[in-house]
Design a protein around this ligand. Structure first.
Ligand code: ZN
Length: 417
């Protein structure tokens, strides 16, 4: 069988398909009135086939970017910050280190399936399947809504990481200017699941729920049965080992042991078990005769939401988001292990996204060699088109608007109408 990735296929991809113009338009925040100097202050880093790591590369335009890519054939391409001075290996030595500071950077997020290994029952480590990909679907839905509704960001680029996760590049001007402290605060706001695989209660909620968590719960609760409980999902209630972990989150020992013993003795389907659990929790909350204190009652009231969020709320790789100068793999880079391209994802259609359908370099070679074959529909061109129309063009329109507003404000000051 032909390999999905090879140096020859990579060379072909960098020569004929990689979207240099679109990438440089985005990262230079160019408008139709012309590019900005931002691009040349932007750090790119390349990892070569022999693991040689080249940091602080910078390019003036798409042509320079393309020549470097064709010459060096990087196996990994990362994008860093916009620095206060032009970035090049030469400058790095010459310029006083204090002046060499990261000034601007998209707010980026990285969610990876390896952070779900304590609850994934279908796959481990690098492996993924349709079942566990649903964790990423849930993450995109919650984060996309929170970033738009709670922070007002509009220019979000979602990207498949090429293997087992997703990235998000928030590219609004205010998000690019956030300090490291502000980035940490955003990450904190979007972190709900805490602790490690040994933590029993990973989510602790207050009653009533914060509006952002209430909204996340309303997004995730309808997915919870199919993705987590059902036999065609993670089947968490299918074995004593995995249902014990779920029961640990219910703050009532008697209830836990009752259900555990009941489930051991009859093999009821997951929907019946979940209904039993919900009913038992409700019964204790409503039972006025039972002497439980207010705190216990409150804990029971939030525990179902805590369970749903513990399994489905996005688990961010916080370190990626906290620092302006943290590198992140470039959109349209290729994952050497899978040969798949890090393609943009339409968050509105995340339910339909299937990572197994993302083209590999081999698929793209076939597409290039038989462009009229119906089976090789123009998949790659469509990804680039989507990148342009849904992400780059809206950024350009808002930059033009911003410039116009600025010009009008200046004209008003100088009386130059
Ligand atoms: Zn899986």
């Amino acid at each position: 069988m032909a390999e999905a990735f090879s140096p020859e296929l990579l060379a072909l991809y960098y020569d004929r398909l990689f979207p240099y113009d679109q990438m440089t338009n985005w990262l230079g925040y160019a408008t139709i009135t012309g590019p900005t100097e931002l691009l040349y202050r932007r750090e790119f880093s390349f990892t070569l086939e022999n693991d040689q790591y080249l940091r602080y590369k910078a390019f003036r335009d798409a042509d320079e970017f393309k020549s470097a890519m064709k010459k060096l054939q990087p196996y990994k391409i990362d994008i860093g910050a916009v620095f206060s001075v032009s970035v090049s290996p030469a400058d790095k030595g010459k310029v006083d280190a204090n002046k060499f500071i990261p000034e601007e950077r998209e707010l980026v997020f990285d969610v990876d399936l390896t952070d779900y290994d304590d609850i994934r029952t279908c796959c481990k480590e690098a492996n993924i399947c349709k079942r566990c990909w649903q964790f990423m679907t849930a993450a995109v839905k919650v984060l996309d809504t929170a970033l738009r509704e709670d922070f007002g960001f509009q220019h979000l680029l979602w990207v498949y990481s090429g293997r087992r996760g997703i990235h998000c590049w928030v590219s609004d001007y205010p998000s690019r200017m956030l300090t490291n402290e502000a980035r940490s605060a955003v990450v904190q706001y979007l972190t709900v699941v805490e602790g490690n695989e040994n933590t029993k209660r990973k989510v602790i909620l207050k009653d009533p729920l914060h509006p952002s968590l209430e909204r996340a719960y309303s997004i995730l609760e309808p997915m919870f049965y199919d993705v987590i409980l059902s036999e065609s999902g993670q089947d968490i209630l299918g074995s004593p080992d995995s249902w014990s972990k779920l029961l640990e989150m219910v703050p009532d020992e008697e209830l836990r042991s009752n259900l555990h013993n009941k489930w051991l003795n009859n093999s009821s389907p997951p929907r019946a078990k979940w209904s039993e659990l919900k009913a038992s929790v409700e019964a204790i909350i409503k039972d006025k005769k039972r002497k439980i204190n207010d705190e216990r009652r409150r804990n029971l009231r939030t525990c179902l939401a805590e369970i749903v969020l513990a399994y489905l709320y996005p688990r961010l790789d916080a370190n990626v988001s906290k620092q302006r100068n943290h590198l992140l793999k470039s959109p349209f880079a290729v994952h050497p292990k899978t040969g798949r391209v890090c393609v943009p994802i339409d968050a509105r259609k995340i339910d339909d996204f299937d990572p197994m359908q993302v083209p590999t370099l081999l698929d793209l070679e076939r597409e290039l060699n038989a462009p009229d074959d119906k089976k090789n529909a123009q998949t790659f061109a469509n990804y680039v088109k989507f990148f342009e129309s849904s992400f780059i063009q809206p950024i350009q329109r808002s930059l033009i608007k911003q410039k116009k507003t600025l010009a009008e404000a200046q004209a008003a000051v100088t009386g130059d109408w």
